[in-house]
Design a protein around this ligand. Sequence first.
Ligand code: NDP
Length: 488
Amino acid sequence: MDWYNPSDTDIPKGHFIDGQFMSFNDDTAVDVICPSTGKAYAQLNYASADTVEQALSQAHQAFRAGTWASMAPRERAKYLFKWAELIEKEQAYLAQLESLGSSRPYHEVLQWDIPYVVDCLRFFAELSDKHGGYVGATQQNRLGMVISQPYGVIGAITPWNFPMSMLMWKVGPALAAGNAVVLKPSEMTPFTSVYLAKLAVDAGIPANLFNVVQGDGKTVGQAICEHSLVGKVTFTGSTATGAAIMSTCAIKGPKPSTLELGGKSPQIVFADADIEKTARTVAKAITGNAGQVCVSGSRLIIHQDIAEEFSQQVMAHFSQLKTGSTWEKQTTLPPVISAGQAQRIESIVSQSIAQGAELLCGGDLISQGGSFFTPTLLAVKDKANCAVREEIFGPVLTMQTFDSDEQAWELASHETYGLAAGIHTQNIQRALTGMREIEAGSVWINRYGRSFDHIMPTGGFKQSGIGKDVGVEAFQANLKTKSVLIDF
Ligand code: NDP
């Protein structure tokens, strides 16, 4: 049974500038593919240089007009709360649009993504008036103040895997701190972003404050990053693109950037862990959104004494998953975002086996309109195996065994990434040692994954990122500080 009929879903026009949906004939039109069917469901006009210019200049004018930036932060928060309310009100339509165009199953968008987006926005709205700066300790006849100011226009660039959540990580704190925003979503998942921007205007937020332009990264994304009106860039995506963006920001600025990048996160399971619960957690952490999650727990590092029993339980969970389109009720393993990405997953799995990994289950690419990949478990001995080294972004779990705590920490450490890690043990000493030992921006003990606690910042170490999304840190990252000295 279907949750909704995909052909009944209204698709908004591509760009959203100065409070209007826009589509221009001077731009190129490309097909937008539905991951569940592999077929085009809409067309998208990529922004020309003029369109990007128009969006940035509107955002700049909105900022300079001062209505938003100089409004009392408490007032600003009221508009953001109203925006959150409208998102909740329109959740059924937003969930359809998101699941039609992405790999997110409809019921998961309703149960998880929408409440997450709304909570995230409310969290930043609440922070609006909590960070005014501070008074510095100076000599008696002097007053030193450290005050915070918005950057102006924030250029935001987001990936395709959780389009609405990634948008709110960027736009929520930017607007709460008084900035204007020009956002470029991934051209693979373009439409919920423009609809969220429209709801912001419906909530009374100035029409030209939050603008969305569509297009590919190399032209439209690049044009945003290098533009002189952009005061700061905030990006979520792959490590390679993050490096390219940082370099653009350095050459065409320099200007600051916040980068949320890729991961290859370990799940370390000790012999004293609750095996049944942990096997469920490990299976879920690599198959959620078909493994297309930055913090997917993609490396199982397990004590050799329980490896056999544990892996059987993980595979049993894998075998219960059902592939299907995102609007079908029984779907528990959604499609891979594109045929190209599915082929990449298949190619890495083949290479990994050629390099000595043992395929314990899965490894199959199923093309049935959309592309699906069966949950895969690879037993790997060599740390240099490509499935251990590379971010696969699919439901592929590697398994490495250890026989001492030291070896567990050593295997957990990745040469490139440091986004997240899971530690599963009943031993507090061991858990806390791992917490300190592991180089990762998030460490989860006897659980895995983010929660609705937006107070907890998220972001990576090593090549997994620079700066934080969510948390007080993300709000502060949208403000620059100014030192003021007054002699009297
Ligand atoms: P990409 O890096 O391919 O793309 C991300 C965005 O950047 C897209 O909008 C893309 O446009 C744009 N872009 C590409 N090149 C440039 C450029 N030169 N200048 C400016 N913008 C550019 O990532 P994916 O969309 O494939 O997303 C998956 C990645 O995101 C994974 O590595 C995942 O780990 C990471 N991610 C990290 C998170 C975190 O919290 N650390 C959270 C979620 C995802 P286009 O679509 O045209 O390429």
